[in-house]
Design a protein around this ligand. Structure first.
Ligand SMILES: [Zn+2]
Length: 224
């Protein structure tokens, strides 16, 4: 089974939105003017399209996301559900799962990285034999995205260590090596490295806070 959020996840979050259960209370303060998040006001609801993988088919599902506004400076923030990654339609388990599969293996190619049990998740309504499926270049792009959250990762790591300083996470991070065959430029090496770090930190973060980095740090999810 390919990693993915489920329709149930989307529906459960939509219900929370409709019942006003999404609050800004646990977000970090405004990064621009330091106003505490509990003073943020609801600014807007935006419908977002998510892509799920259901029985090896890629299907769209819609969900409202809440935007908050800082009363101090007017900056707005999106609240991300656990299954969302900023600016991405595929869900967090899919993006992290496929990306981790690639970066954590020494030999895997992008062509192999899209495969689940000998086939790649496909788009429905395509009868041709070369049906469009999840493309190897998509995994490449996901890794680029995940590799860019360096500042968010740093903040997440600090929070995890504050909660439990004895964790082995620093040892795990210090040990990371990216096999040379996976990159031609230092720039790509950096992205692969950033992505691997994020995968590790996200796992510890979820275990510690029972929520994803992008949910808890919504006000800090800028690309760096
Ligand atoms: Zn502010």
């Amino acid at each position: 089974m390919p990693p993915t959020a489920t329709l149930e996840d989307i529906k459960a979050y939509q219900q929370k939105v409709e019942k006003d259960k999404i609050t800004p209370d646990n977000l970090p303060p405004c990064p621009r003017c330091s106003v505490e998040s509990m003073f943020f006001k609801i600014h807007a609801y935006r419908e977002r399209r998510f892509l799920l993988i259901i029985e090896m088919l890629i299907k769209a599902a819609y969900c409202s996301l809440v935007r908050f506004k800082c009363p101090g400076c007017g900056k707005t923030f999106t609240h991300y559900p656990d299954f969302a990654i900023p600016q991405k339609h595929y869900t967090q388990p899919t993006i992290t799962g496929f990306s981790a599969g690639y970066v954590e293996s020494d030999n895997m190619t992008y062509q192999q990285a899209v495969m689940v049990d000998n086939s790649a998740p496909g788009y429905p309504q395509s009868d041709s034999t070369d049906a469009p499926t999840l493309a190897p270049t998509t995994i490449h792009r996901w890794i680029t995205t995940l590799g860019r959250f360096t500042q968010t990762c740093r903040t997440a790591l600090i929070l995890v260590l504050q909660q439990n300083p004895t964790l082995s996470i620093c040892r795990d991070l210090a040990r990371l090596i990216i096999p040379q065959r996976k990159y031609k430029t230092n720039y790509r090496k950096k992205q692969l490295f950033g992505c691997r770090q994020l995968v590790i930190i996200e796992a510890f973060f979820q275990a510690t806070f029972n929520t994803s980095i992008f949910t808890k740090l919504a006000t800090r999810c800028a690309f760096n």
